[in-house]
Ligand binder design. Structure first.
Ligand code: KG4
Ligand code: ZN
Length: 345
């Protein structure tokens, strides 16, 4: 593909991997002209989590309207779009297919390139939108509802996986503990809020460090310990100190994430850590990680709150960097629910 990069590149990006229908228009990868996020949280709340069939149906209902809104807010038409970026994994297959089909239809009709994007990479690239001079290499801690990864990002699109969760993702642990405390869905923000009123040293929940030198994570033991604590209190007819449980649980998660991320940067001799994903919105994690990075002369970057959770602008940023490398996807691109970071189709 021969590119004329003297002209502005306008990206239309679509994200529908879970419970947000989002469409964004970007100029030259990092300037967001619009970023419409239609959240389905209200629809899923009553079930205590995302119901895949409901998510797919809602995406179908919303997608055309969200595309129109994004174009309108950016003050562009389909004719101004240079290429389309769309999430094709990981995520819920039915949900992914809605955005992917819309993206392919636009690329086909307007005869413009299609760039399939890995959702996890999108979370990392959210940082490039907020921090205009940021570039790789750096260590990235990606903590979302579905993933917990420690990655060495060498260059755009080049990753070395250093550690990952062996069971629950960090966000999943937040959501499950919140549910047990009766805090509703999504649990992360509720625990974050309550933790501010509680004592983080009230209950000593375990932290799994795993084998010496391992950068993997495990949150299922911690989650079980919290659930056991809640059940024991209930059985004894004792009150559950909800704010203390939230604060003590959050402290364990934050300390283990921070310790491994900082140790990894020090050992690799990398002086920058980048935080990404929904749990990157956690105020306890932002504060503690910043403190430990400062102590070790490591620069820390994290995205603004809107760009931490799922949105299409971050997807458009990945699509842009792929596009200027001359990469594009075929129109037979399929949704890949378990797509791994670094995989390209
Ligand atoms: O990245 P994301 O929007 O979706 C996935 O790709 O999974 O992350 C959603 C996750 C949920 O588990 C939610 O509870 C968590 O991010 N989350 C938080 C906070 N805000 C969102 N977890 C802890 N503290 C927060 N403030
Ligand atoms: Zn996400």
């Amino acid at each position: 593909m021969k590119l004329n990069l003297k002209e502005d590149v306008i990206t239309l990006a679509i994200e529908s991997s879970c419970d947000e229908t989002s469409v964004s228009v970007l100029k030259n990868g990092r300037q967001v002209l619009s970023n419409i996020i239609n959240s389905q949280i209200e629809q899923h709340k009553k079930f205590g989590g995302v119901v895949p069939e409901v998510a797919s149906r809602k995406h179908i209902e919303n997608i055309n309207e969200v595309i129109s809104q994004a174009l309108k807010e950016a003050n562009v038409t389909f004719d101004d779009i240079t290429h389309v970026g769309v999430t094709y994994g990981p995520g819920l297959v039915g949900a992914l297919l809605v955005g992917l089909s819309a993206g392919k239809a636009i690329a086909f009709a307007k005869e413009i390139p299609l760039n399939g994007v890995n959702h996890i990479e999108g979370h990392i690239y959210a940082n490039f939108i907020d921090h205009k001079n940021l570039k790789p290499p750096f260590i990235c801690l990606i903590v979302s509802g579905g993933h917990t990864h420690l990655v060495y990002m060498k260059d755009y699109g080049e990753y070395e996986m250093i550690g990952r969760t062996r069971d629950d993702a960090a966000g999943e642990a937040f959501d499950k503990v919140a549910r047990a405390l009766g805090l509703g869905y999504p649990g992360g923000p509720q625990i974050d809020k309550l933790a501010k009123e509680g004592n983080p040293d009230a209950i000593n929940f375990p932290k799994a460090y795993l084998e010496e030198g391992s950068y993997d994570f495990s949150f299922s033991g911690l989650k079980s310990a919290v659930l056991n604590y809640i059940n024991t209190q209930k059985m004894k007819g004792l009150e559950i100190p909800v704010a203390d449980v939230a604060a003590s649980f959050q402290k364990s998660v934050v300390e283990i994430l921070t310790e491994k991320a900082v140790k990894c940067a020090v050992q690799k001799g990398v002086d920058r850590v980048v935080l990404a994903g929904g749990v990157a919105a956690n105020s306890g994690l932002r504060t503690h990680l910043k403190l430990e990075c400062d102590k070790n002369n490591i620069d820390l970057k994290y995205p603004s709150l809107t760009l931490c959770t799922d949105n299409a602008a971050m997807i458009g940023c990945v699509a842009y960097y792929d596009y200027i490398k001359g990469l594009s996807s075929n129109l037979d691109l399929n949704a890949i629910p378990n797509l791994k970071i670094g995989d390209r189709n």
